[in-house]
Design a protein around this ligand. Structure first.
Ligand code: DGY
Length: 311
């Protein structure tokens, strides 16, 4: 019998699938240490750090199927050294994450959070011509930092709001330029300086961690909006908090440096909309992510090629 370890939080998605009779699933509770055992496959979540110590507890492991497009929680070198394959879940969450990105853009531009809090608090005294005035989006520039799948889909939706698009990426994205009329900006600093809305779609890697730092935030236009639905550590959170406190810029954040910790100083600010990492959180998407991760883990333990390998 081949044993597979599956994060217990996704049990409901597992129920929609048939477990082949030659496979046995053990559920791993959140926060519980990885058991030392005979498991050959591990279907893991982004909240689980998988480094050398964790991998060493699973000497027969052949595959880690991460149920996320990002895989910064997995030490790829340590996995490679131990002959463990790693997969992620690209594509299936692209639309959901682009939609959530736009939820944040619109919420920040039109001060939806502040308005909602006003009504809930019972403090709304009636319509006023100057109450909670936001920013229109038509003709403004959407800057996409990282024009992969999610950046691309976010950019495609800009036309619906009459926005222009520019992007910064290590690669040319001719399809994005053709489809959306997006302009490539060779320097990240130029994109940050020109964008009315800067949307971050960079994977967290040693090269991108902290890339949006204080000096870069200082070149943003007054009143510009920073959106992050990628990974928290791509932005220097302390530097961002200081710029938000000054009131010079606004932000919409779905991700944070040390989740689930969100600094109190950030939570006190009205010019930032905060979400609990909801980018891919639709029923359909999460089932599709599970299905892809499950198919990868089953293939991995059987020695078949993974559908979406990252190593
Ligand atoms: C991912 O997949 O990396 C997202 O952050 C969660 O869906």
């Amino acid at each position: 019998m081949t044993r597979i370890l599956v994060a217990a939080e996704v049990e409901s998605f597992l129920r929609a699938r048939e477990v082949p009779p030659d496979l046995h699933v053990d559920l791993l509770d959140p926060g519980a240490p990885i058991p030392s055992g005979e498991h050959e496959g591990f279907l893991a979540l982004l909240t689980r750090r998988i480094g050398p110590a964790e991998l060493d507890r699973l000497p027969r492991l052949r595959v880690v199927a991460n149920m996320a497009v990002g895989y910064d929680n997995v030490d790829l070198d340590a996995a490679r050294d131990r002959g463990v394959l790693v997969s992620n879940t690209p594509d299936v969450l692209t639309d959901a994450t682009a939609e959530l990105t736009w939820s944040l853009i619109l919420a920040v531009a039109r001060r939806v959070g502040e308005g909602e809090r006003l009504v809930r608090a019972g403090d709304w005294a009636g319509w006023e011509p100057t109450q909670l005035l936001g920013t229109g989006l038509r003709s403004k520039l959407l800057g996409i930092a990282g024009a992969g799948r999610i950046g691309h889909e976010t950019a495609r939706r800009a036309g619906a709001f009459g926005m222009r698009v520019a992007y910064w990426d290590q690669d040319d994205r001719p399809e994005l330029e053709r489809e959306v009329g997006a302009v490539r900006v060779p320097e990240l600093e130029d994109l940050v300086a020109r964008a009315d809305v800067l949307s971050i779609h960079l994977a967290s890697t040693p090269g991108t961690r902290g890339i949006i730092d204080g000096p870069l935030l200082d070149v943003m236009k007054p009143g510009a909006i920073l959106i992050n639905t990628a990974r928290g550590d791509v932005v220097d959170e302390t530097a961002l908090m200081e710029r938000l406190q000054s009131g010079r810029i606004r932000a919409g954040l779905d991700v944070f440096e040390a989740e689930p910790h969100v600094p109190e100083a950030l939570r006190e600010l009205d010019n930032v909309v905060l979400l609990p990492h909801l980018g891919s959180a639709t029923r359909e998407t999460r089932q599709a992510m599970f299905d892809l991760a499950w198919d990868n883990v089953v293939r991995g333990v059987r020695g078949e090629p993974l559908l979406t390998p990252v190593t």
